[in-house]
Design a binder for this molecule. Structure first.
Ligand SMILES: *[C@@H]1O[C@H](CO)[C@@H](O)[C@H](O)[C@H]1NC(C)=O
Ligand SMILES: *[C@@H]1O[C@H](CO)[C@@H](O)[C@H](O)[C@H]1NC(C)=O
Length: 228
């Protein structure tokens, strides 16, 4: 990529003196550390995150007198855009648009964690703060492909139809916007619909214990017979 200061120097040369479009441009970049926001400098507009620092730079002015930063806010619901420009006696830069987004916290997954084999289940992924541009799912860390049994609705809701034991595992909902990404995992356990294992094991244990007591009692009787 072209280094931006070099590009800025080049711009007036390309446009030539007296060109109408020669308003110097403001550049800006987000300073590290800042979630996963793009830290490269941008000309004209920049998307950054709440809580991060942004450095605005205007081309060096050779003129004298007052140098002013001007600031303009977009008063529109759902848009936190603001505009900046630098003004001197000689010239004024173009407006620079700064857009600030909320970084995404781990999403919340709603659903039941214990499911009967053979039934259907769904997991719903919600973003609590901010707005996600993309949602996607993983199972045990691997991308989860859609199939006739695994279906997604707007990527936020995951349906698993005719659940089988092999569907048990960790389901992760991952979310991303221009400045951050985050994810949450959910453990899904599938059990057999006819739950016969536990009663059978319990019955075996109880019968074994009774048999043991009976044998011990018999031995005690025998040893007492020989006492006499
Ligand atoms: C996920 O969100 C938590 C809490 O808001 C934050 O501390 C963490 O850094 C985020 N993870 C990523 C990868 O940005
Ligand atoms: C939906 O998920 C797929 C992969 O599962 C991903 O490639 C795609 O970008 C996602 N789209 C949105 C809008 O979240």
């Amino acid at each position: 990529m072209f280094p931006v200061p070099f590009l800025l120097l080049l711009l007036p040369l390309l446009l030539g003196p007296g060109s109408a479009a020669a308003a110097p441009a403001v550049t800006a970049r987000t300073l590290a550390p800042c979630f996963s926001a793009d830290l490269r400098p941008a000309v004209g507009s920049l998307v950054s995150a709440v809580g991060c620092s942004v450095l605005l730079t205007a081309p060096v002015q050779r003129g004298s007198g007052t140098v002013l930063w001007e600031y303009r806010v977009l008063l529109q619901q759902g848009d936190d855009g603001s505009f900046y420009r630098l003004r001197t006696q000689e010239e004024t830069t173009a407006w620079f648009h700064l857009h600030v987004l909320e970084p995404l916290s781990p999403p919340r997954i709603e659903g039941s964690s214990l499911v009967k084999a053979g039934g259907n289940t769904k997991l719903v992924c919600h973003v609590l703060d901010g707005k996600a541009d993309a949602f996607w799912w993983k199972k045990n860390g691997e991308p989860l492909p859609e199939s006739d049994r695994i279906q997604l609705v707007r990527n936020t809701t995951l349906y698993i139809l005719r659940v089988s034991i092999s569907d048990s595992g960790y389901y992760t909902c991952a979310v991303r916007n221009a400045v951050s990404h985050n994810e949450t995992s959910f453990l899904l356990k599938v059990h057999h619909s006819a739950n016969v294992v536990l009663p059978v094991v319990l019955a075996c244990v109880i019968i074994g214990m009774l048999a043991g007591v009976f044998v011990w009692w018999q031995r005690k009787e025998d040893s007492c017979d020989s006492c006499w």
